[in-house]
Ligand binder design. Structure first.
Ligand code: PHE
Length: 383
């Protein structure tokens, strides 16, 4: 009989690194035993090639061993198969079966080895210590919260404490006790979200004064930060919810001079040290006299004109008025004191209320109020 064993083992190379096929194939032991039962010669050869593939360091080394065993031109298994015609029918049947099993086994080890190499490449990538680290995402306070906190800090320094009150408020606190006439237009369903006829979403933070005064005795020095709601058509400068901060100072002999000093301190701290301000009369039901404080327009520096590449024109921010409104204020109306049980002959007080979005937009040159609520980190991470 032809030298099947010689042909099959001739191309094994003792220079190949040896590996452990059973580490690659879970059913290695059963398969090699089954093969041995058919043909010990084929089993011995198949094991030799499998050990070489298992020990290969890279794809090229795998290919070398594989070719030695299975190459179509001169692989050991191909040559052994070519012995067929010289064998008896029985020998041919046994050899054919053995060669098929052996070939399948070598191919299975090869496939498992290639996959193992891929995996270890990925593992190596995962552990590439030369890659720059991934920075963890770090959040930050919302820009409105930053401005609110800066204001709280400032007013804390002036002796004001924080008082918070509900966003869902009784109509009497939002309006009645603040001296709104029953037919005042701000009560109109157009401006106010009503929960029911007696309950509204507060349209300003001023109802906090009423709650604080009903709860406490003068003197009071409080600020009232919070969210407010108005049924407004939404556009780049209007939203139906925004933020305010009111302030209230009630005591003996609190005067308009105290109000002006407080507001100027605020403007210098929040805008700039030498910002020109003005106070002009305006009506609010809950203060008398009522005023509005303006600061000089920072965009046109108080000229009312604005120049850029496309020429000179009216300042788009102050609309040529040279001033931008920043807050409402005034001396607390005697009717408000009466509504909370304070004696207007005994105490006086000033109050003010400002919009946080307006201050923040002016400071950072933001022209789109809706961005505050969109939670787009490309916007928020700029501040
Ligand atoms: N509450 C007023 C508003 O929302 C602002 C204000 C507060 C005016 C305090 C005067 C005094 O417009």
């Amino acid at each position: 009989m032809a030298d099947v064993r010689g042909i099959l083992t001739r191309r094994l190379d003792s220079a190949w690194k040896r590996g452990e096929p059973s580490a690659l194939l879970a059913d290695w032991a059963e398969r090699i035993a089954a093969l041995r039962a058919v043909s010990a010669d084929v089993a011995e050869a198949a094991e030799g090639y499998a050990v070489g593939i298992a020990g290969a360091d890279d794809a090229a080394a795998i290919q070398t061993v594989r070719n030695a065993a299975l190459s179509r031109e001169n692989g050991a298994f191909t040559e052994a198969l070519a012995l067929g015609p010289s064998l008896s029918v029985d020998e041919k049947r046994v050899l054919g079966k053995g060669l098929n099993l052996g070939k399948a086994l070598i191919e299975a080890v090869e496939k498992a080895k290639r996959e193992a190499l891929e995996r270890s490449k990925e593992d190596a990538n995962a552990l590439d210590v030369t890659l720059p680290g991934r920075r963890p995402f770090v959040g930050r306070p919302h820009v409105l919260a930053q401005v609110r906190d800066e204001l709280l800090d400032l007013f804390h320094g002036l002796g004001f404490s924080v008082y918070t009150s509900p966003e869902v408020e009784l109509d009497t606190y939002n309006f009645g006790k603040l001296n709104f006439a029953p037919d005042h237009p701000a009560r109109d369903a157009h401006d106010t979200y009503f929960v029911n006829p007696d309950v509204v979403l507060r349209t300003h933070t001023s109802p906090g004064w009423v709650r604080a005064m009903e709860e406490r005795k003068p003197p009071l020095r409080l600020v009232f930060p919070g969210r407010v709601y108005r049924a407004e058509a939404v556009d780049a400068s209007h939203m139906d919810q925004f933020h305010q901060m009111d302030g209230l100072y009630v005591g003996k002999n609190v005067s308009m001079a105290d109000l002006k000093a407080t507001l100027n301190t605020f403007a210098r701290a929040i805008y700039r040290r030498d910002v020109p301000t003005r106070i002009i009369p305006i009506y609010f039901p809950f203060v008398e006299p009522g005023v509005q404080m303006d600061v000089q327009c920072a965009t046109c520096k108080g000229t009312g004109r604005y120049k850029d590449e496309s020429g000179e024109r009216r300042c788009p921010v102050c609309k040529g008025t040279k001033w931008v409104e920043v807050l409402g204020a005034g001396m607390v109306h005697p009717n408000v004191f009466r509504a909370v049980g304070y004696d207007p002959e005994e105490v006086t007080g000033f109050a003010f209320g400002m919009g946080l979005e307006r201050i923040t937009m002016g400071r950072h040159g933001i022209h789109e109020i809706r961005q505050f609520l969109e939670n787009d980190t490309r916007f928020l991470s700029q501040f």
